[in-house]
Ligand binder design. Structure first.
Ligand code: CMC
Length: 428
């Protein structure tokens, strides 16, 4: 790391601030002493110019459409690796040896069951509850069941709770689905892979044998890989902020799930497929493009645009080719895929989208695949949460392991009334 200086003149004073360089990516100006030296804060709602932490996990170059996990490009990981291996990589920093991978997979597999009493917890939800509402509640409740791994100052506790979260998330997600369709919960089958087990718990029924379709398992595993981590996005920042106060990891991940749910973030996959269904046929596309461009219409093209990517989201590229693989494996077609391809083509040739650098993001094609596999739209964001859990716990661990870690506490530009005297009720 090389340190340079930046200077700022404010309120008649010129102050020097260190400039820090990472291994790649933009330098950052270290403003931590700014308030002490000038009495001023920086102002950056939405954090468009603010780096909130150091991190060695994930790097994004939004202009070039690059996404690296621990240095490895997402395209290579999606093609050659597996979700378990990428999970190990994110948590430990290096790709595992064969033995390390099988030990890690075995450890995760050993934690797939849920405390039996949690099954009764589900029954408190309405049958029509959105599965993301169930996920927020059940994951938060884990802290009431696994007290033996919530001492965040103990690295062993942190490791066990991280493994528990990664292992139990498919079970929790599948149970949320089963509850919504009124079918019995299916217990984990540890003979299967992480992803095969999830498919069985979701689509299997106790009355019949369930055969995992290898092509679907592979596609699903790749979708998990594509969602594993994504730098300091809204839900990850939420997990870090919640964790900065010393809250237990189960509570922190529940906070991340709540943040992910919104349509501007992980909820966009559900919203994108609903939008494609609403558009229906290619002849209606122009109408929706016009709406997306109209400043007086709140409609946006869901699955389009990104705070960081000002180029094609590299995850969307893999997603698009995975649609074709899944269709071929299941021998299905979905006219919405044609609509999506045409929508992309029309949007990318429109000056509005070109000027604003709006490209398809990871959520644009994922819904089409998930729908072909058999998931209802309400489950889409749940699958995102399942996969992102590894990123959340890896980021949370990185933060807690940092000896300089402080509670996150932004400041504000106050715009309310200045001090005034209380007026008794009888005089108002
Ligand atoms: N359709 C139409 N116009 C758009 C869109 C869109 N999808 N996205 C951004 N714009 C316009 C926006 O109106 C604004 O125009 P102007 O400068 O004239 O005011 C400009 O582009 C910049 O948009 P912004 O909202 O200031 O940008 P942001 O970085 O705050 O928002 C975003 C990023 C992802 C929230 C936004 O692009 C969006 O709402 N996209 C649709 C939702 C979506 O697909 N979200 C998933 C993101 S990827 C997965 C994830 O993060 O979970």
């Amino acid at each position: 790391m090389s340190d340079n200086q930046a200077s700022l003149t404010a309120g008649g004073n010129t102050i020097d601030m260190p400039v820090k360089s990472g291994t790649i990516g933009p330098d950052v100006i270290d403003i931590r002493k700014l308030y002490g030296q000038t009495g001023m804060f920086t102002y950056d709602p939405g954090f468009t110019s603010t780096a909130s932490c150091d991190s060695a996990l994930t790097y994004i170059d939004g202009d070039e459409g690059v996404l690296l996990h621990r240095g490895y490009p997402i395209g290579q990981l999606a093609e050659h690796s597996s979700f378990m291996e990428v999970s190990y990589l994110l948590l430990n920093g290096e790709l595992p040896s064969q033995k390390e991978l099988s030990d890690f997979s075995r450890t995760i597999t050993r934690h797939t069951m849920l405390h039996e009493q949690l099954a009764t917890f589900y029954r408190g939800f309405r049958r029509d509850a959105h599965p993301m509402a169930i996920m927020c509640g059940v994951v938060g409740a884990l802290s009431a069941f696994y007290h033996d791994s919530t001492d965040i100052s103990d690295p062993q506790h942190r490791k066990i709770s991280s493994h528990r979260l990664i292992a139990k998330m498919p079970t929790i997600a599948a149970m949320a689905y089963k509850y919504s369709v009124g079918q019995p919960f299916v217990y984990p089958d540890n003979k299967l892979s992480y992803t095969g087990n999830f498919l069985k718990m979701t689509f299997g029924v106790p009355a019949e044998e369930y055969e995992v379709v290898p092509a679907v398992e592979k596609a699903m595993d790749r979708i998990f890989t594509l969602h594993a981590d994504h730098e300091q996005n809204a839900s990850t920042s939420t997990v870090r902020l919640a964790g900065s106060s010393g809250a237990n990891p189960f509570a922190c991940i529940a906070a991340g799930i709540a943040c992910l749910w919104g349509p501007a973030h992980g909820g966009a996959n559900e919203a994108a497929l609903n939008m494609l269904k609403e558009i229906g046929t290619p002849d209606k596309i122009q109408h929706y493009i016009d709406r997306a461009k109209d400043k007086n219409d709140p409609f946006r093209l869901m699955g389009f645009g990104h705070r960081v990517y000002k180029n094609y989201d590299p995850r969307a590229t893999v997603m698009q080719s995975t649609v074709r693989e899944v269709f071929a494996a299941l021998n299905v077609q979905d006219p919405l895929f044609e609509t999506a391809l045409r929508l992309e083509e029309i949007a990318l040739s429109d000056p509005y989208f070109a000027e604003k650098k709006l490209f398809p993001n990871v959520d644009f094609y994922s819904g089409i695949i998930l729908s072909a596999i058999g998931f209802p739209t309400t489950m889409f964001t749940v699958l995102f949460a399942l996969a992102r859990t590894v990123g959340w716990v890896a980021q949370w661990n990185e933060m807690i392991s940092d000896p300089g870690q402080k509670i996150g506490r932004p400041r504000q530009l106050y715009t309310g009334p200045t001090a005034r005297d209380y007026v008794p009720l009888s005089e108002r």
